[in-house]
Ligand binder design. Structure first.
Ligand SMILES: C[S@@+](CC[C@H](N)C(=O)[O-])C[C@H]1O[C@@H](n2cnc3c(N)ncnc32)[C@H](O)[C@@H]1O
Ligand SMILES: Nc1nc2[nH]cc(C(=O)O)c2c(=O)[nH]1
Ligand code: SF4
Ligand SMILES: [Mg+2]
Length: 214
């Protein structure tokens, strides 16, 4: 089994998404992704990066002195050695979440890790690459996230939440694509439809803009 990971960046910031929003967090961004969502704000992580031993990654993480870790990418689950990183982080008592685009099975992820599962919408251009059994694998320790391009995406996601009562499986987040869908429009639609989902705007972009390392 490989004991290295291809890493795009490791940085310390505030969690800008999910139920951990606002918490100081160390981000580990893995290089490479099999998907190409039209709106991707992390396309700089598709290539490049550095190959690092997991021991080295663990030491860099410890050096930040922060117990909350978010493993993201690119697509973190596309590198099998990520599971070794999950196990070591959890064994050392870190609070770990992973952001996944949903193209890889999530049932192999350490159960101590909170899985943030994107359901890719028609507007992402990547719906056909979803691994749909993932939706049955989530639990209340996880989150389901829809990133929405426009009104058509919203209606599609709303109908899916209603048809499958997704809010009973895990908390559901609706997040607007940055500078594409107006957050106030999304907020009003959710209120009008009495949808049991959480509207979320990316906090780090409000604070620091749309750039790597924050
Ligand atoms: C960059 S992705 C990396 C992890 C994984 N590949 C995924 O898609 O979940 C992290 C999160 O950022 C979201 N995201 C990417 N670009 C965005 C944008 N322009 N506006 C809002 N959210 C975006 C993705 O949908 C995903 O929920
Ligand atoms: N501050 C901050 N919070 C985040 N939460 C999820 C992120 C991601 O890119 O997956 C992210 C990110 O890039 N920055
Ligand atoms: S799956 Fe995630 S990293 Fe990959 S293209 Fe889509 S948003 Fe970007
Ligand atoms: Mg991001």
């Amino acid at each position: 089994m490989r004991t290295t990971l291809r890493i795009s960046e490791i940085f310390h910031s505030l969690q800008g998404e999910t139920r951990r929003m606002g918490l100081p967090t160390v981000f580990v961004r893995l290089t490479g992704c099999p998907m190409r969502c039209g709106y991707c704000d992390s396309a700089y992580a598709f290539t490049g990066g550095k190959t690092l031993e997991i021991d080295v990654i663990m030491q860099q993480i410890r050096d930040f002195g922060c117990k909350t870790i978010c493993v993201t990418g690119g697509e973190p689950l596309a590198q099998k050695a990520v599971h070794l990183l999950f196990a070591q982080l959890c064994d050392e008592g870190f609070d770990v979440s992973v952001e996944t685009g949903g193209g890889q099975p999530i049932d192999t992820v350490d159960p101590r890790v909170s899985r943030v599962l994107d359901i890719k919408t028609p507007g992402s251009g990547e719906m056909h690459n979803m691994h749909w059994p993932n939706v049955d694998a989530v639990n209340q320790n996880d989150e389901i996230k829809f990133v929405l391009v426009d009104r058509a995406d919203y209606e599609w996601a709303r109908d899916k939440v209603r048809a499958e009562q997704l809010e009973l499986r895990a908390p559901v987040i609706f997040s607007p694509v940055w500078e594409s869908l107006k957050p106030a429009d999304l907020a009003q639609w959710v209120i009008d439809d009495r949808l049991p989902v959480r509207v979320q705007v990316q906090l780090h972009k409000i604070l620091w803009g749309d750039k790597p390392g924050v």
